[in-house]
Ligand binder design. Sequence first.
Ligand code: SF4
Length: 321
Amino acid sequence: MTGVAPPVDRDAVGAADRLRAGVTVQIAAAVAGASAAPGRIHVTWTAALDAAACPAAYRAQGAEGWGFPGWTPGTGAAAVGRAALAAHLDGLDAGRGPLGGTPPVPAPLELVRSWLRAPAGDGVGGWVAELRAGGDAGTLAALAAGATRWLAGFLRVFGWPLPPDLALVADRPRWRPPGVDDVTVAGGDDGRLGRVAGAGRFTLVVHRAAGREDEAVLDRATFEAAAGALVRGIAAEAVLVTAGDTGEGLRVPVDDELLAAGGRMVVAVVEQRVIAVDRGFDPADATPSPRCAWCPCRDECPPGQAWVAGPGRWRGGLPVL
Ligand code: SF4
């Protein structure tokens, strides 16, 4: 007899509960051990990847580097691309006739330009409204270019019409470890495939306009798996990381091991911020990598200088065979 095996039951809620409990204990212990209050700590994927790549460089960022750098054409491109696509999909839903049918393939630049003319919301929408009011055509043009690139790549990867179970992220809820003040965690996923329900039969989608920094793709998926479980209280079954320029997609299944590794990335951000209360940049725990090529600490960092001067730079992070 042939057939498709039924899906194995997953304890998606229990896995998230265990992760929440373990991460809360570790974060509380880290904060309790601080010599002074480390201040407000918001754990994002950028913080987690920075702290994982080189703790010394992450601590050296200081208060200015740890916070959101503000909206720029770079930081706003994905948000505008997502919002433009979501507005287009809303319009299609509202206008769909009784016969349905496949709507024409959208033109990314037109979608982005249309949204930029009538931005919505307080976040990136509020910033765009300010740019328009100030007549900042240059910044708007750069933002439109980045958002169009993000959106064109998204359509390239997911096709048209989009998968029926694809939902774009509209806002980013935060998780606060209970009993710990001033620590929050948020995921950075762009959407999900499947319905978020107790069985956890959904996949988190992370779309990048370009597939650079490939060595960090698995780290990104690891963090998003844990952050998604912490925020929703349900562990996804996979994280799909896509790249618009190459069309590639890496699907990383989520299991307890991956969740635990992602939880450690979350905790590591808090631990490094606690260490930073007493000690900023310290070459003793510098961790050389291709990031050394543009690291602002390199002049004070012998390990980073050695890496850049040595064969590592030319290998670009590839392993020695
Ligand atoms: S130069 Fe490299 S090793 Fe040194 S702090 Fe920067 S990223 Fe870390």
